[in-house]
Ligand binder design. Structure first.
Ligand code: AMP
Length: 633
């Protein structure tokens, strides 16, 4: 028999779309099978597996009880608290039901939102799975976000219950969550009915009577509860996850249930090549999409054990991740280029100390993988390094190598070829025409319908979904990724950066507008521009250039440093340290076009020592010169 060629597999996914995805739908359990595979009668809204009913938690947990109840499912490791706990599928089933019973007791019903603001602890996984179990919609907010960012998400999601904890911990330093949560609830006009708190005994908590409940108490009360899975329509929203764009207001990316489960199951088979009974280790955080798809749902749906890791890659030493690979016989690992760049600075002997023979491949995603980083990890590890390119919006890879269909080489600097189901195009920025030749630079776009697992819409804002993603090319309804790319003659894509004002700091996606809004709230700042500047370790860092209201206050370097510190604090308090600019520099005027548009790209070019390009529309050439003088080496 001739082996299945990926090119044929890919073509079939587009040309016989329904036949292809009907087959993939068999990778999961359905309570009742879908009646229609894809309803695209109202583009760009795609409804997948219409008429089918299923449940994400059933597919991730319950259906494995028959074959692997006593096998590990969730391995929660914290090098911050020096704890390690392994939950079998049977134990996970018990904990999730207990959490589900607690949420039900707090009044959560199908379709209600539950906001999860948690460090990387097992209870966070219980909460996500418990929501899926009862048909509630979870909204996980990254634990590194501060009160302002959390408040805007509470406001938008209107959660009935918030699940949180006393504190997280980073590099041995306790990071209290509860005071941030209390402040966020105070700032938000929406108030949750209840707050469910895991007490890790890291920080004291002031409980609000009648609102705040301790998980320890409710767990005791609901231990051994039986909570059956709520069968929901395939199109029922499973979660929302907020992500940054060009405006200051984050978008709630809304995901369905059936399409997501099928997409993840298929990706585990064709892209990540993980098998039931093996262990998957993704070093991401549940606050990001990788955490949703490839810490929680993907591996568990595939019947794999998944490692949840709280801590740094370098504590107690740079060998910690590899020691986990050895101990738990990890077969598939997923991380980000930034983490690899951090590890590159460690003693390579730390890696050689562990038996990594179980590991088949390391997947990297979230930001461009530069060639030196890829080369280093590839030779240090002696395993295939597989880049994959995708977004919060898509939920699973747009570009990668589907080694589970046909083994194919990776090319350094390229995340790979278009994945099945994605009709990826490169479009001319100005005309919207498709670029079909090799090595032509265009906007990476996807023709609808987006495949299963991708966003359904923006939470409660269909118009924003259409206008943001589908209207960037005049006269054409096509999804824009907002990334530049080129494709070589073999169909391999290369990603060349964002077309919009989104920056990527250590794999974390941030909108420059969000950071600018936070900085502008400082009483002495009248105007600010934030740009992303290339950084050897983090990929990019944010740089801020601000105009002060009262310039007489900036008498000397000490005064400037003091104000810079104050501005950084404002960002810390509003967005969190992830959004903090590397530097805040003060100027008297910002470079703008004559019509008043900030020339962020020109600022960025100057900061990176590049030619700022055509400046004929610039209002005041001296403005850019000020920045040039400030950043001159
Ligand atoms: P997020 O939604 O936070 O996952 O960020 C998605 C964005 O990160 C993409 O639009 C790209 O700009 C960037 N990105 C993600 N993965 C890759 C990759 N493998 N190579 C290059 N850029 C990537």
């Amino acid at each position: 028999m001739t082996p299945y060629r990926y090119a044929d597999f890919y073509q079939r996914s587009l040309q016989d779309r329904d036949g292809f995805w009907a087959e993939q739908a068999q990778l999961i359990d359905w309570q009742s099978p879908p009646q229609q595979i894809c309803d695209y009668s109202n583009p760009p809204f795609a409804r997948w597996f219409v008429g089918g009913t299923t449940n994400l938690c059933h597919n991730a947990v319950d259906r494995h009880l028959q074959d692997r109840a006593e096998q590990p499912a969730l391995i929660a490791v914290s090098t911050e608290t020096n704890t390690e706990q392994v939950y079998t599928f049977a134990q996970l089933h018990t904990e999730v039901q207990c959490m589900a019973a607690s949420l039900l007791a707090l009044g959560v019903q199908k379709g209600d939102r539950v906001l999860i603001y948690m460090p990387m602890v097992a209870e966070a996984a219980f909460a996500m799975l418990a929501c899926a179990r009862i048909g509630a919609i979870h909204c996980v907010v990254f634990g590194g976000f501060a009160a302002g960012s959390l408040a805007s998400r509470i406001e938008d999601a209107e959660p009935k219950v918030i699940v949180s904890a006393d504190a997280g911990s980073r590099a041995g330093k306790v990071v209290p969550y509860k005071p941030l949560l209390d402040e966020a609830i105070r700032l938000s006009s929406h108030k949750p009915g209840a707050v469910l708190l895991t007490d890790r005994a890291l920080a004291a908590m002031d409980l609000v009577a009648g609102r705040d409940h301790l998980w320890g108490d409710l767990r005791q009360k609901h231990l051994n509860s039986v909570v059956p899975c709520e069968w929901v329509d395939a199109t029922h929203p499973s979660y929302t996850l907020y992500t940054s764009g060009t405006t200051g207001k984050p978008k709630g990316v809304q995901r369905d249930t059936g399409g997501y489960a099928v997409a993840l199951a298929a990706s585990m088979k064709y892209i990540y090549c993980g098998n039931p009974g093996e262990t998957y280790f993704s070093t991401s955080d549940i606050g990001w999409v990788v955490g949703h798809s490839y810490i929680i749902y993907g591996p568990l749906i595939a019947g794999m054990a998944t490692i949840m890791y709280e801590g740094l890659p370098t504590r107690p030493d740079g060998g910690i991740w590899w020691s986990l690979v050895e101990k738990y016989k990890v077969t598939v690992m997923f991380s980000a280029p930034t983490a690899v760049r951090v590890l590159k600075k460690q003693d390579p002997a730390l890696m050689a100390r562990y038996d990594l023979s179980s590991l088949r491949a390391l997947f990297l995603a979230g930001e461009p993988l530069d060639e030196p980083t890829a080369q280093w990890i590839s030779s240090a590890l002696g395993k295939p390094i597989i880049d994959n390119y995708w977004q919060t919006e898509t939920g699973w890879p747009i570009l990668s190598i589907a080694n589970g269909v046909e083994k194919a080489p990776s090319k350094f600097g390229s995340p790979g070829v278009a994945m099945y189901g994605y009709n990826v195009k490169l479009l001319d920025e100005n005309t919207g025409d498709e670029l079909t030749g090799a090595n032509q630079k265009g906007v990476v776009a996807i023709e609808g319908p987006l495949p299963p697992g991708c966003m359904q819409t923006v939470w409660r804002d269909d118009a924003r979904f259409v206008n943001t993603y589908w209207k960037s090319v005049p006269g054409k309804l096509v999804y824009s990724t907002f990334d530049w790319g080129v494709r070589d003659a073999d169909g391999y894509f290369f990603i060349l950066g964002r077309t919009d004002d989104v920056i990527n700091v250590a794999g974390h996606r941030l909108g420059t507008r969000e950071i600018e809004e936070a900085i502008s709230s400082h009483p002495n700042i009248s105007e600010v521009a934030v740009v992303g500047v290339a950084d050897a370790l983090k990929g990019q860092v944010a740089m801020a250039f601000a105009v002060v209201k009262d310039a007489t206050s900036l008498t000397d370097d000490a005064a400037r440093l003091k104000l810079e510190g104050e501005v950084m604090k404002v960002v810390d308090n509003s967005i969190g340290a992830v959004g903090r600019p590397a530097r805040v520099r003060f100027v008297t005027v910002l470079p703008k076009t004559r019509s008043g548009k900030l020339l962020r790209r020109a600022i960025q070019a100057v900061c990176e020592g590049r030619d700022p390009g055509d400046l004929t529309t610039m209002d005041d050439p001296a403005a850019l010169q000020q920045i040039r003088d400030l950043v001159a080496p």
